[in-house]
Ligand binder design. Sequence first.
Ligand code: ZN
Length: 297
Amino acid sequence: MDDSFSFEGFFEGAKKAAYKAMDDHARGEYDEFALHAGVAIERLAKAVLYKLNPLYIASGKVHLSGQKARIYTITATEALSRLSSLNILKVDADLKLLIEQRNGTVHASVGDEAKTHIPTLAKAVGPMLKHLGISDHDFWDRWTSAVNVAVDRLRSEIERGVALRIKQARHIFDDRFKDLPDGVKEKLLQEHQPSSIVSVDTIAFTTDGSLNAVVGTTACPACGGRANLTLRPVTAADAADDFTASALECPLCRLRLTGSAEIRASGADVEKAIIPTSISVKQRSGSPNEITEFCSI
Ligand SMILES: [Zn+2]
């Protein structure tokens, strides 16, 4: 392994990039923020992997020049995927988006979404520090309280917003039954309990045919009926055996939640979601990415 690699090198590099990211955020430069935040996460991920085993960060690509060999390290996405496989870090949709922004494939937003940027960085850094046994303050230093405030503020904003939408959904649901006989609502809810029967149009595949999302059902946090829960693979789609909840939609009360933070704040029990145990897909000839048949067992 290249002598220039060391745990300290990756760790100190991660801190430096994280501080730059915080400066960028303060100036409202969200593209720059995403770049530095992504670099901070990548370096910290490599510090963790390097500490476990220096070989974990080797990409397999070697450049030979004279007597010297240059060994390339894995990409940010690969580093996160390895940490996810080791159960050290969960890679949710927000973190995936941040890494895409860091890679320049997606531009960072300047609106509401920008509020979530610091919490996304903090949420990625936290479990890695925990694994290393290093305190938040030893990493964030003078930025510690600013990071905590951003995380708390976002959490309470999400909780307030979701609580309001749950109330609104309950009113909408109750209004549908106000002129109907007693017991109709209860009967409907009984008939619409979580089950493994889901519709085909919400199963999404990427262009290479790998699974991009799967829809399960869970009890709606507003009306208690059957809500559809979209789950996306945490790691690369073809190797995915771990899913994160990305959307909840209830056809009965029209409650709609997006992202794991909103779903968590709603109290929906994602762990108890029923997902199809087996999926078989028939593709229509001539349009390989269009799904025409789906069954769950
Ligand atoms: Zn509902």
